[in-house]
Design a protein around this ligand. Structure first.
Ligand SMILES: [Zn+2]
Length: 327
């Protein structure tokens, strides 16, 4: 950031769209198929949003597809998107959560297989790489989908809801029949710095009692204590324990940030969920887009005080202006 830019200018710049400053590569395995997988996050032009394409062994690339809710192909255990003739890519929610959580508007994901790498089961490695390499502020105003009418979708006693709210908030509650999880609730008023601090490192989790059935069905073949919290009845199998006391609900919130980014733009409003997951997250977006009366698209400068959460970037991140000052 140029030294002569004062607080007011920073405020104005924070309302600009962001992309990653340089391509970022990640390699690992797919938690479900157990196969090696790599992913590159590439910078993308203003107003292009988040999109995805598949890269094949011979180097050729599929078309790229916008990461939006009507491309969701499956929501069992993770969120998978449909790339037409190039099949599906699953487990997109953690990398998309990192991008949306840090307020990145435009990026292209290049994935070399049918599943994104699980890495450590959280969004931490994506966030660390983005913070280390910086973001580029782009010459276009940040846009939001502002919720105008409440939408709620239910499945038995579980629900997901979007409501009008002056801010970008997530209120997520879970309730599991396990003493190490039980009932946990997290209310999160989004800023990029808070996402990096309080959400990004929460890992996915699973129950030992489900593992055998899942593996027989071809899922969780790559899951291990390196990339998941394993819960066996009332104890945690990971020798290092938890990263947060309520890591489970924080991970559900991480998933929700990723799934809701498939609105195509950040949502300005409140998301609430009880016993939710990928399926209800996808359904609430379908409900949102079922009527144009439910929302409107607004620019950051139309929001109260130009939405000052945008100024709270993670410590140490370099936000470089796309248009540099001369001299
Ligand atoms: Zn997850």
């Amino acid at each position: 950031m140029d030294a002569e830019l004062g607080a007011f200018s920073m405020n104005r710049l924070a309302t600009k769209q962001y992309t990653v400053a340089s391509p970022l590569s990640f390699t690992g395995i797919g938690v479900h198929n157990g196969q090696p997988s790599s992913l590159i996050i590439q910078p993308a032009p203003p107003n292009s949003g988040l999109s995805i394409c598949r890269k094949y062994e011979d180097g050729h690339m599929s078309d790229s597809f916008a990461l939006v809710h009507d491309r969701v192909a499956r929501t069992y255990l993770c969120t998978a998107v449909d790339l037409g003739d190039s099949g599906t890519i699953s487990m997109i929610e953690h990398v998309v959560s990192a991008l949306s959580g840090l307020g990145i508007d435009n990026a292209l994901l290049v994935v070399d297989g049918p599943e994104c790498p699980v890495l450590d089961g959280s969004a931490q490695k994506y966030v660390d790489a983005i913070v280390e390499n910086g973001i580029t502020l782009q010459p276009a105003e940040k846009k939001f989908i502002k919720i105008k009418r409440s939408i709620i979708v239910r499945s038995n006693d579980a629900f997901a809801a979007l409501e009008p709210y002056n801010g970008r908030a997530f209120d997520v509650e879970i309730d599991f029949e396990s003493n190490v999880i039980g009932r946990q609730r997290m209310i999160f008023d989004w800023t990029p710095a808070r996402y990096a601090e309080d959400v990004a490192s929460a890992r996915t989790f699973g129950f030992m009692r489900d593992a055998k059935v899942l593996r027989q069905a071809g899922y969780a073949l790559g899951s291990s204590l390196e990339n998941s919290i394993a819960v066996d009845e009332d104890k945690i199998m990971n020798t290092d324990g938890l990263r947060y006391e309520d890591e489970f609900v924080r991970h559900k919130l991480l998933d929700a940030v990723g799934d809701l980014a498939l609105a195509g733009m950040p949502i300005y409003g409140k998301f609430r969920s009880y016993k939710g997951g990928h399926a209800l997250n996808a359904l609430v977006l379908n409900g949102l887009f079922a009527s144009e009366q439910n929302y409107e698209i607004v620019g950051a400068s139309d929001l109260p005080l130009e939405f000052d959460a945008l100024q709270d970037l993670p410590h140490g991140i370099n936000a470089e202006s796309y248009i540099r000052s001369v001299g």
